[in-house]
Design a protein around this ligand. Sequence first.
Ligand SMILES: *Cc1c(COP(=O)(O)O)cnc(C)c1O
Length: 234
Amino acid sequence: MATIRERLNRVRQQINASEKRYGRQHGSVTLLAVSKTWPLADVLAAAKAGQHCFGENYVQEAATKIDACPIELEWHFIGHIQSNKSRDIANRCAWVHSVDRLKLARRLSEQRPQHLAPLNICLQVNISGERSKSGLSPGQALALAHQVSELPNLRLRGLMAIPAPTVDFNQQRATFRRVRELQQRLINQGIALDTLSMGMSGDLEAAIAEGATMVRVGTAIFGRRHYPQTERTA
Ligand SMILES: *Cc1c(COP(=O)(O)O)cnc(C)c1O
């Protein structure tokens, strides 16, 4: 079995190769290592191999891991947040990729400690229109983007999307293209955005081809997860 360092290097090579192939500037895609369900020891192994940004999905797990982490890392929250759990994220993370409603954004802004930099925000868009997925519909994005831009302790950075899974590369690209086009429409409406958070282990090349600036990769770095993909409260 490959080590975390080896798998991380493989993912970095994949990102570099995709940047080159699709005419993207070298270094324009940031790798977010998604460490949900994996212990702090694995995060530290990745950090030792040079990884700085980590993504977590579950509030309680994130809080426990971040509080126990002995070194300074950049934490991104990428999962669903119940409004009554927002404080645990507002005071620990540098980014939240999963904002899909104004109430949550307002709470994150109110709860962001004043001694920290503004919380970086992506709006999560339900780009495939899946009933089961969280995220706002593309039609709601402009209104929420304007509202979030007004909140004092947040900094709106871009959009995040999790398309319906498919192994068809062209279909992956077509969906990511719609996220990029939505981002461009918001920019044309005067909203300053610089981040497209899209692409995971199975579709990061297609995402980079369509302009992703941040890919969120778990399985390809840490291995296959064994826990159920639901919020756990332990
Ligand atoms: C789990 C997760 C990822 C990572 O997915 P992999 O397929 O393991 O790379 C990325 N983004 C979000 C929002 C996730 O929940």
